[in-house]
Design a protein around this ligand. Structure first.
Ligand code: GP9
Length: 411
């Protein structure tokens, strides 16, 4: 396993000679992990209105990755957190947050703390859910703000509406008076089954009215407005120009009634579209002064988030055990899904008996529309995906990062 990481570290190292490396050293980082927020709502309108007007505008001022995939499994939101913060794959069963919270990992809070950052995590729900209290303690956060730290002045769904959640999160960051800060804020209002209070349902969803997908679209619109207010708040607090804002969706919405999507898109949904609709979540990075804005088509995944943060802040990856590589780097690797599927942007592999359609197909993505292609084109990639998953499982189950660190320290 350590040899595998040596190869990965060599690939990660490429970023150190690339233009953005360290260009945002010392800036604050605010990461928004949005509940069940999928890519298919971005840039779309319904009933003549944009679903995500604020994000659409912000994406134009950010580095936007339309081919960013979630890689989560049974651990859902906790898997997204583990993938993005610790750059490891989720487990085949259960959640690493619950099963291996005591293990050693190289997660973003401890990495940025070694550079003098204050590191906090914010989520307006019971701190014991997904074993967060223990896992966040182990991840070395300076503080975990949970339901006990929020005033429920906008009750929505499981707890607090995202608008108030963001406002109170910014207040918490201000009160800490620590700079630079790294903060992860995990939203909740768009949780399944997406039923917002009537007054928060602002869109006319037409044919989708009264369906779960209609409710989902309303919820996405609400989250978008909350993000719009967050941006205004950051501006009025004087944080906007010295903070990197990242936004991504954690996982899919568990709605697999394809007739509803056909109504939404107004056209049939093919098998490959189904798989990609389910796996794609948006990812954007807003940099101070709207710098380096543009769309990056490269296929990237949640596991690449921590190395991307390190790239911007200029933190080398030596002696860190991370499976991803920076999304901003020219270096290439595949996005591996927990079911053994993968994509490298050129092909897309859906293993048989698994995945959304389970059709065991290899698709060529290089033309205008994805086409099934000879399965031989996906064989080597599928082998390598299997190996990545295997390495990740072995490392987690045997707490090998602790061993690697000990060996490195002894050198
Ligand atoms: C609860 C929230 C939801 O705290 O993170 O988790 P999920 O049910 O989406 O995994």
């Amino acid at each position: 396993a350590k040899n595998w990481f040596a190869e990965r570290q060599a690939l990660q190292k490429q970023m150190e000679n690339e233009p953005l490396f360290g260009q945002y050293k010392g800036k604050n980082v605010l990461v928004v992990q949005a509940e069940a927020f999928q890519e298919f709502v971005i840039g779309q309108s319904i009933g003549g209105e944009e679903i995500t007007p604020n994000l659409n505008k912000l994406i134009g001022q950010s580095i936007y990755f339309p081919n960013f995939y979630h890689q989560t499994a049974q651990g859902r939101t906790s898997d997204a957190d583990f993938l993005t913060s610790c750059s490891m794959h989720p487990l085949p069963t259960g959640s690493a947050f619950i099963r291996f919270a005591g293990n050693e990992f190289d997660c973003v809070p401890s990495i940025v703390k070694s550079e003098g950052y204050d590191a906090t995590v914010h989520h307006a729900y019971d701190g014991s859910f997904w074993n967060r209290n223990n896992m966040y303690h182990n991840m070395n956060y300076d503080q975990f703000y949970n339901i006990k730290d929020y005033t429920i002045d906008e009750p929505i769904g499981w707890s607090l509406g995202d608008t108030s959640f963001f406002r109170q999160t910014v207040e918490q960051l201000k009160e800490r008076q620590k700079s630079p800060f790294y903060a992860l804020s995990i939203t909740l209002s768009s949780h399944h089954p997406f039923k917002l209070p009537y007054t928060n349902q602002e869109l006319s969803v037409g044919d989708l009215q009264g369906t779960i997908l209609g409710d989902y679209v309303q919820a996405a619109h609400y989250v978008d407005s909350a993000v719009g207010e967050l941006v205004e708040d950051l501006k009025s607090e004087g944080l906007w120009e010295n903070t990197i804002l990242m936004f991504y969706g954690d996982h899919d919405n568990s709605v697999y009634d394809w007739k509803l999507y056909e109504k939404y898109f107004g056209k049939p949904v093919s098998d490959i579209d189904k798989d990609r609709i389910v796996r794609k979540v948006p990812f954007f990075i807003h940099l101070p002064n709207d710098e380096n804005a543009g769309v990056v088509e490269k296929a990237v995944g949640q596991i690449d988030t921590t190395p991307t943060i390190m790239h911007l802040l200029g933190i080398p990856t030596d002696n860190r055990y991370l499976m991803g590589i920076s999304m901003l780097s020219e270096a290439q690797k595949s996005v591996v899904f927990r079911n053994g599927g993968y994509t490298d942007g050129k092909v897309y592999f859906v293993p048989s008996g698994d995945g959304i359609t389970g059709n065991g197909a290899c698709y060529d993505l290089t033309g205008d529309e994805p086409q099934t292609t000879d399965s031989a084109s996906c064989v080597a990639g599928a082998e390598s995906a299997k190996q990545d998953l295997n390495i990740s499982d072995r490392v987690i189950e045997n707490d090998l990062i602790a061993v690697f660190h000990e060996e490195d320290d002894g050198k």
